[in-house]
Write a protein that binds this ligand. Structure first.
Ligand code: TNX
Length: 509
């Protein structure tokens, strides 16, 4: 007996809110297709086994680790076949593509099929959400652990669903970054952009320019101690993210936003004088010295060393708010440095300001404006550049929710949950249609963000809203249904200890 579950349904009457919180109807991002199977439940028990062929053991082990914490069950992972939880890279409907999956729940077990590990990871994130919220607890809880009978077929609208964390304005330790990775992976985010250098701090060791980290990384906004990642720590973050299906995109912002580098090395300045370290929050006052040769030796060294520790395909070169660089210099600079990234085998991403220089079509401009038309971005899209969408008045997680939010900024306006959800990346910017959009990213700038609790308060619940508009088909976009699904995430975040914003727009379960 198969009943279609109306996850795209219209407004639910208040009496139905409880029913809407049932796991089958509350998966975020909403899957492409969910069929509920009546009278079927799989119960996770102490004898459940996890079965995966060799090519699927990574996602299987990760799932086992998550489920063991709260169930206390052994959940052995093996290459056997039988009942229980099975992950397989065979037999999936080709429709699911490289990131999608099929998930079937029968009384005897759960089967997740995909064509690639990324799809299996995404399937396991759905399975977590089909289990009771306490599955996310970090200590052993009492069962039962039912998974509702279901047949799910799911794949993303956009291949790129990103989050960005600014570790330059305030530094965040590897443990805080890893916790954010855990939190965003649950919503099928597959890129984490790390803003590694800005006026207030340089956060990654570059062996050929050691003072960048040791001096340039020695403070942060407000004058605190700052910090930086060793290459081993960065690699550890990259690997941790990779196991969870997330590719790290490192950013070195240039030619503006470079005071930390300019303060570390006098020779990078046109006047050969190093400015003091900066701990304020102004932007637009610094620039690398475009006419000097040493500037390009510097960029070459930084990009070479960063590329060598970055397995992902992208390096983000910033390029925003270069208000202290003339237009001619900006063009000269970009035309010299974009090929350096290519030379080291990486593809350029940049803030959309880079579209002004008519960059090669391989360059991905990231739109951070607040208007729905931008001629240079539209022209780039027309030439074939793919655009990553992060409109600041919709997708910026550092904007306040409303006038009484104590954290955050408001230069792009207030962003309540509905505002973050109610926009269509495929038709937002004129001249940049669905096929020109690479995906979406939700940036979190950290001028006012100092702790992991601050990160969580700004990201939750807006990050899941951006994740859904990046993943789910536009035909399923529905605020009233989304707010119900989102409300059902509340108990999960409580179990995880996530410090989320209890927006009054959401019926929290
Ligand atoms: C603008 S958006 C910036 C950042 C700030 C942010 C604060 C962009 C590319 N640049 O330097 O941190 O606003 O919201």
């Amino acid at each position: 007996l198969i009943a279609f579950s109306l996850v795209t349904g219209s407004t639910l009457a208040s009496g139905e809110a409880q029913a809407a919180a049932a796991p089958i109807d509350s998966v975020v991002p909403v899957p492409v297709s969910v069929q509920s199977i009546a009278n079927v439940t799989y119960n996770l028990t102490s004898s459940t086994q996890i079965r995966a062929q060799a090519d699927a053991t990574g996602p299987a082990n990760l799932l086992a680790t998550t489920l063991r914490r709260s169930t206390g069950f052994a959940l052995p992972v093996s290459q056997s076949t039988g009942d229980g939880i099975t992950l397989q890279l065979s037999g999936a409907d080709p429709q699911v593509g490289a990131q999608g999956y099929q998930l079937d729940v029968a009384t005897t077990g759960v089967t997740i099929k995909a064509t690639a590990p990324a799809g299996l990871i995404n399937g396991t994130q759905t399975l977590r959400q089909l289990l009771p919220p306490k599955i996310e607890a970090s200590t052993v809880q009492n069962g039962p652990w039912p998974v509702p009978g279901a047949r799910i077929l799911d794949y993303p609208r956009f291949g790129h669903r990103g989050a960005m964390l600014d570790v330059a304005r305030h530094f965040f330790t590897p443990d805080v970054v890893k916790r954010y990775i855990d939190e965003i992976a649950l919503y099928k985010i597959n890129y984490l952009h790390l803003h590694l250098a800005d006026d207030q701090g340089w956060r990654i060791v570059i062996d050929s320019w050691p003072r960048l980290a040791t001096y340039g990384g020695s403070t942060q906004v407000g004058g605190g101690a700052g910090g930086y990642y060793t290459k081993a720590q960065y690699t550890d973050i990259v690997n941790y993210a990779g196991e969870r299906g997330i590719t790290i995109v490192p950013e070195i912002d240039m030619p503006g936003h470079t005071n930390a580098a300019l303060a570390s090395y006098a020779q990078l300045n046109c006047n050969n004088t190093a400015p003091p370290l900066y701990t304020g929050t102004n932007v637009g006052f610094s620039s690398l010295c475009v006419p000097k040769d040493v500037t390009y030796q510097f960029v070459d060294d930084v990009v070479r060393e960063l590329a060598a520790i970055t397995p992902g395909p992208f390096i983000h070169i910033g390029g925003d708010e270069a208000q202290s660089t003339s237009d001619a210099d900006y063009r000269t600079f970009m035309n010299k440095i974009l090929p350096i990234v290519t030379k080291y085998g990486k593809q350029n991403m940049g803030w959309h300001d880079v579209a002004k220089v008519n960059p090669p079509t391989s360059v991905i401009p990231q739109y951070w404006g607040t208007t729905t038309s931008n001629s240079s971005v539209a022209a780039a899209a027309g030439r074939g550049n793919k655009i990553l969408m992060s409109p600041a008045n919709k997708a910026y997680l550092d904007m306040k929710y409303n006038s009484s939010t104590s954290l955050g900024l408001n230069w792009a306006g207030y962003i309540e949950v509905r505002t973050a959800y109610d926009w269509n990346p495929g038709s937002y910017l004129s001249g940049v249609g669905e096929s020109a959009v690479r995906g979406v990213e939700a940036p979190l700038w950290s001028e006012t963000i100092r702790t992991r609790q601050d990160i969580e308060y700004m990201a939750f619940p807006r990050l899941p809203a951006i994740a859904e508009i990046g993943w789910s088909p536009w035909s399923k976009h529905n605020w009233d249904a989304f707010r119900q699904r989102l409300g059902a995430q509340g108990p999960r975040w409580q179990a995880m200890g996530v410090n989320f914003y209890r927006s009054s727009q959401v019926p929290w379960a």
